[in-house]
Design a protein around this ligand. Structure first.
Ligand code: NCD
Length: 501
């Protein structure tokens, strides 16, 4: 196998081919052999440092990366929880990454609450970046260790019959696992989850498009009966926005695995851990049955992270921190759908009169203009802003009503565009300079509520790409519905300019 992991990021499991994954499974097996033959320690990563930036709680992932790095002769730095760091002083993810690079990190491992945050970190960093969980999005190193565990029981991944249960909506390990499994032929997924916590449609569609067979089950028992391995998950009470923790526990009650539920079954039980001991999605007594496989997963976590770190960092040169001029390439977005650019300056003159410089925002959802004003903190600055509420478009009696607003003497920065789009995604922005409209555009903002691009102070420039007839967010990779009111030509022109994956 000719696979090269040198200085490679681990951001999303989809970036890895079947051969890549098989290679890592093989390297993990070799790590186990080494350990069995008494070679737990080596000096292969001597003088290499891994920064562990854990914005969220962790036991296994953080400790196993630390164990892996130290047993290979390397060192670690970083934080476990943001208490006591400058994140508490609102330091952005970009600056935090740069500071750890300045402190000679040779690689950075991150766990962060926002989807897409680790792709952003990888774009910002010169050194390899490893995703240890980004919001509800992905946890690719967990997927690698899970694949190693599946491989152990099934002797390969091809053709496995595996169940996934409980919180399939928010569980990031499930998302990465299933995308990883979809690289192999003949995989059948048996899913059992409360309706509100079922796997997102976009993901099921992606898996099916790759030939994964998905069977939905009404009960845990039936899903476990159909599966060689059943992967149980914890209700992600910290991530779910539509349900309270109490509601989550209540709806997950019927999906718990008890000794009675597994009676007579040889199904192996996996769980990314932690098991929520209050909820007991796996009853404690089940730990002491032959079905238990989650401790092997934890062990594979250390071995597979040792294997990955070694592959990424062995024989690499030190990448010196660049403290001088930062190219603005990183700061470029591609989210503007232009309706007018440069030419056609006089059109719309009626609407833009009385404004020399600034922006005129049209087609704002009714009631949202004052919300945008509040969000931009402009209320105290009147008459910097003029608002028209519930207006009928001039001369167009059949068109729906809208709000409009003019804001004097501002440039439409991405921050300002985000403030507008979060409140009214289909708004049109006219840019006026010297009394003339120089641009008119709508803009895309990722529709995933938890995407890092919607966190305004992080200043992540919205970027999209085009894949399989869908516009997708560059960071969290979620499809964008693109239901803006633009003409088919305007949409096509926009899509033409997007990078393909
Ligand atoms: C998982 C996580 O953080 O996504 N834990 C882990 O890394 N093993 C699962 C969870 O917290 O439920």
């Amino acid at each position: 196998m000719r696979v090269n992991f040198k200085n490679r990021d681990i951001v999303a499991i989809d970036d890895f081919s079947k051969e890549d994954l098989e290679y890592l499974i093989q390297k993990t097996k070799e790590m186990r052999q080494r350990e069995l033959s008494g070679q737990r320690y080596s000096n292969e990563l001597k003088n290499k440092k891994l920064a562990l930036l854990f914005y969220q709680d962790s036991t296994r992932t953080r400790t196993s990366f630390e164990t892996a790095m130290k047993e290979l002769g390397g060192d670690v730095c970083g934080f476990s929880g943001t208490e006591g760091t400058s994140v508490k002083k609102n330091e952005s993810l970009y600056m935090t990454i740069k500071m750890y690079e300045a402190n000679h990190a040779d690689a950075i491992a991150i766990r962060h609450p926002k989807d897409g945050s680790v792709q952003w970190a990888a774009d910002c960093a010169e050194v390899p970046v490893i995703n240890c969980g980004d919001g509800a999005n992905e946890h690719p190193t967990q997927a690698i260790l899970d694949l190693c565990t599946i491989d152990h029981f099934h002797s390969g991944i091809t053709g496995v019959n595996i169940g996934y249960g409980n919180d399939l909506k928010n569980g990031r390990t499930v998302h990465s696992d299933c995308i990883g499994l979809s690289k192999f032929p003949g995989v059948t997924l048996h899913l059992a989850a409360p309706e509100q916590l079922m796997m997102p449609d976009y993901l099921m569609a992606l898996l099916e498009s790759r030939g994964v067979k998905i069977v939905l089950h009404k009960t845990v028992r039936s899903a476990m009966q159909a599966s060689e391995i059943y992967y149980q998950t914890r209700p992600q009470v910290n991530l779910e926005k539509r349900l309270t923790a109490a509601e989550m526990y209540r709806i997950c009650e019927g999906h718990r695995i008890t000794t009675k539920q597994i009676e007579g079954l040889s199904t192996k039980l996996m769980h990314p851990m932690p098991i929520d001991s209050h909820n007991e999605e796996i009853e404690f007594a089940v730990t002491f049955t032959k079905n238990q496989a989650f401790l092997l997963q934890a062990e594979n976590g250390i071995l597979s992270r040792k294997a990955s770190l070694l592959e990424i960092l062995k024989d690499t040169e030190y990448i010196r921190f660049k403290s001088s001029y930062c190219s603005d390439e990183l700061n470029k977005s591609n989210n503007k759908v232009y309706l007018i650019r440069g030419e056609n300056k006089n059109k719309g003159r009626r609407y833009i009169d009385e404004i020399d410089n600034g922006i005129a925002v049209d087609h704002i959802e009714i009631g949202m203009a004052t919300e945008i004003e509040k969000s931009l903190n402009l209320e105290s600055k009147r008459p910097t802003v003029l608002i028209g509420k519930n207006m009928r478009p001039y001369g167009k009696v059949n068109e729906p009503k809208k709000d409009v607003m003019k804001i004097f003497n501002i440039e439409p920065t991405q921050r300002i565009i985000k403030h507008i789009l979060i409140k009214s995604p289909d708004a049109t922005i006219n840019v006026i300079r010297g009394g003339e409209r120089v641009e008119k555009f709508k803009a895309l903002l990722c529709e995933n509520d938890n995407c890092i691009t919607r966190d305004i102070p992080e200043d992540v420039p919205p970027k999209f790409y085009y894949e399989h007839d869908q516009v997708k967010c560059h960071y969290c990779r979620k499809p964008h519905s693109f239901n803006l009111s633009v003409t088919p030509e305007e949409k096509e022109n926009y899509i033409k300019g997007l990078p393909k994956k």
